[in-house]
Each structure stands twice: as C-alpha cells, then as structure tokens.
Design a binder for this molecule. Structure first.
Ligand code: TYM
Length: 372
C-alpha cells in the first residue's frame, strides 16, 4: 500500500479509510449503530448504506442523549476559496437529511478567515464574498430557514472571537504543531485559526446557557480540528461534539484521493454549464474500461476503479439502477463511453435543478445569515 496523507489542507495518495479509523482513533459505523439510528429515522440514507459515511465519534452517546429528550444541533462548514464543487455537497446532502429526520438546527460556518490566512493569493474581500456565493449552494439544498444559521467568520467575528480566545487559551503551540504539522514559516493567524473552527461546536450552548449536544458531519480531512476541539471543550464546561465522517468524492482523474477545488479540470463545480460538465467527464473521468471495445466486451470493465461509476455511487440514489450499471459494466455489456453518458445525464439533471434553486436562494439568503 502506497503512503497517503490526509490533513485539513492536503489529501494525497490512495486513502486507506480503515487505516484512518485506527490512526485518528474514530469508530466504524456498525450495523448495530445503523439499526439504532433507524429507530428514529425510519429509513437508512443511501450514503450510510453505501458506507460513504463510514466512521464516527460518539454517535452512541448522541443517541443516548436524544433518547433522553436532549436533542442535538448540527454543525458543519465550508472554507470559501472558490466555487463549490460536487464533493462539498456530499456532507451537506447528508446534513440536510439529518436536519429533516431529527428536526435539528444547523449552524453553518464559512471560514473566510481561514482561506484568507492559508491561500497566499486570496484577498480578504474575495474570501468574504465567496462565503456568500457558497452559501447559495447550501441554501439550494433545501435547509429549513427557521432552523439554519449561516455565518462568515469575518462578519460574525464579535460573537465568535469572544469564544475563540477561550479555546485558544487552552491550546499550546506544541499541540497545534503536533496535530497540524506547523513550522517556523507558518503565519500566526494559521496557528490561531483552529480555535475559530471549534467555536460553533459549543456556541448554541454558550448563547442559551445550557449544554446542547452537537453533531458534526464532515469528510474525514477535517478531523484534526475536532480532535483538538474535543480535547478542549470539556475543559470549558461543554460536551465533546459527536461527529460523522464521509469518504472523499474522488477527482475525475481519480480513482483515489479527493477532488480538490484548486484543480479546475478535475473538479465539477455547481456553477458549471452542461457543456462544461460533459467535456470534463468525457475528457478526464478515469476509466476502468479495457483498451479496445473487443477486449471490453470479452473481459468486461472494472467498476471498482472507474471514476464515473464511483461518482454514480455518490449521486444515484436508486440502489437497483446502480447495481444494474455495476453488473453490466463488469460483464462488458456497458462501454466506458456509455457509462460516462449515464453520469453526464445524472449530473446535468441534478445541476439544472440545483442551479435554479441556487438563483432563487439569492432572494432568501438574508433569512439564513447571522451577522454582528
Ligand atoms: P472545505 O471547504 O474544504 O470543505 C467543505 C466540506 O466538504 C468536505 N469535502 C469533501 N467531501 C467529500 N468529497 C470531497 N472531495 C470533499 N472535499 C471537501 C469537507 O470535509 C467539508 O466537510 N475548514 C473547513 C470549513 C469548516 C468545516 C466546519 C467543515 C468550518 N467548520 C465544520 C466541516 C465541519 C473547510 O475548509 O472545508
């Protein structure tokens, strides 16, 4: 197995998710846990069924609290460094379902400060305005305006900073360095930043003066922040937040690793036109097909490494359809070009609807935004 790296700022190599569970000290989502969730949700989300969400921290405790009548709130976020890509939507689609099933509030953090501090060429103004552009994608997914609070770190700083310094006071440079791998050229804003990402995990508790459980859905790359957060929050008198982790939607050029917003050709953005989506998938989607049609028909393709198939596993909700595609591709009945076309149809029809709702969100965004 080749070496791989997963940090909030870098994902490299072929990620072994089981190894990450051991390395980060998280827990696998077991059938027993799924059964327990089912009691409340009545159905299993396809992202759980397909092990796209594969790992967690303290979900058992969270459900204990929920069953005692101590409901939780959801917390997730986005670092606005560019347009939203399809990978970002993965945790948000699941978060939307959790909001619906558990009637939970969602606190959504836009870390424009983070992106300003970490991206050499990004201005504060651009990071801040991208926060509101990205918020349109969140709103377009259908979150409840009465229960969803979206805020930019810069524009909600008065509230967040008061709490962030309480976290910062408990975090030594030596811990930050060990967890995030900082060096002498790291700017001091970067060292402080993780304190800001901890705040929403207890902010509703601080505001309301009582401890409220928190669940954070995110891809596994963000875990380092919450290891620090979970260590410090009890020392401030708050619960450790629970978390649920997903795998990465791979880059089109895949088949392993994560789709990254900085590589424009290998990511599909929510703002891409149908033509752009078609061209990117046709040109770049890594194929598990054979060299020639003849060989493909005879020996069949390999859906397990085929990125078009992987993407369908993230976005095609119908299990039967997905299974048929898998079997037909493996048997050589479906060619790579045909599989790519199925993906193009799926993504373009999803984006057509998403882009319509995204434009409508411009009218309702004020209902979601917190500022101080
Ligand atoms: P960011 O903007 O890098 O990513 C936003 C969310 O998308 C997840 N993600 C992915 N999921 C699946 N496939 C991918 N290829 C992929 N790429 C990214 C990320 O894990 C994240 O959940 N610092 C954070 C913003 C943040 C946050 C949070 C995220 C603030 N508070 C709480 C999660 C939870 C960031 O830069 O995310």
């Amino acid at each position: 197995m080749k070496k791989f790296v997963v940090t909030p700022w870098e994902v490299k190599g072929e990620v072994d998710y089981n190894k990450l569970i051991a390395e980060f000290g998280t827990e696998k989502i077991t059938d027993a846990l799924i059964g327990r969730m089912m009691k409340h949700t009545k159905e299993v989300h396809y992202m759980i069924r397909r092990k796209i969400f594969f790992s967690h921290r303290d979900m058992g405790w969270l459900l204990d609290e929920y069953e005692k009548g101590n409901g939780f709130f959801l917390y997730t976020g986005r670092g606005p460094s560019g347009n939203t890509h399809l990978g970002h939507l993965v945790p948000w689609i699941f978060t939307k379902w959790l909001q619906e099933k558990f009637g939970a509030e969602l606190w959504f953090q836009m870390t424009d400060d983070e992106k300003f501090l970490f991206k050499q060429d990004l201005s504060l103004e651009d990071a801040n305005s991208l926060a509101y552009e990205n918020a349109l994608d969140v709103i377009a997914l259908g979150f409840d305006p009465k229960k969803t609070f979206i805020f930019s770190d810069i524009d909600y700083a008065k509230t967040l900073y008061r709490e962030a310094i309480k976290v910062a006071k408990k975090l030594t440079f030596s811990t930050a360095k060990a967890v995030f791998g900082f060096s002498n050229d790291t700017n001091v804003g970067q060292v402080f930043f993780t304190s800001m990402q901890s705040v929403p995990a207890f902010l509703p508790s601080a505001i309301r003066g009582k401890n409220i459980p928190c669940l954070i859905p995110h891809a596994i790359d963000q875990d380092a922040h919450f290891r620090v957060c979970r260590d410090i929050l009890p020392r401030l008198g708050y619960f450790k937040p629970a978390a649920v982790h997903c795998r990465f939607l791979p880059a089109l050029t895949g088949p392993a690793g994560k789709m990254s917003a900085s590589d424009k050709s290998t990511a599909v953005y929510t703002t891409d036109t149908e033509e752009e989506v078609r061209k990117k998938i046709m040109k770049y989607a890594f194929s598990g097909g054979r060299e020639t049609v003849k060989e493909h028909r005879e020996k069949g393709g390999n859906p397990d490494i085929d990125v078009s198939y992987q993407w369908l596993a993230f976005f095609e909700e119908d299990d039967r359809k997905l299974e048929d595609i898998y079997n037909m591709y493996k048997a050589g009945e479906l060619l790579t070009g045909e599989l790519k076309q199925i993906l193009i149809d799926k993504i373009t029809s999803f984006l057509r609807e998403h882009q319509r709702k995204r434009e409508l969100a411009r009218k309702t965004i004020d209902k979601f935004i917190l500022k101080d």
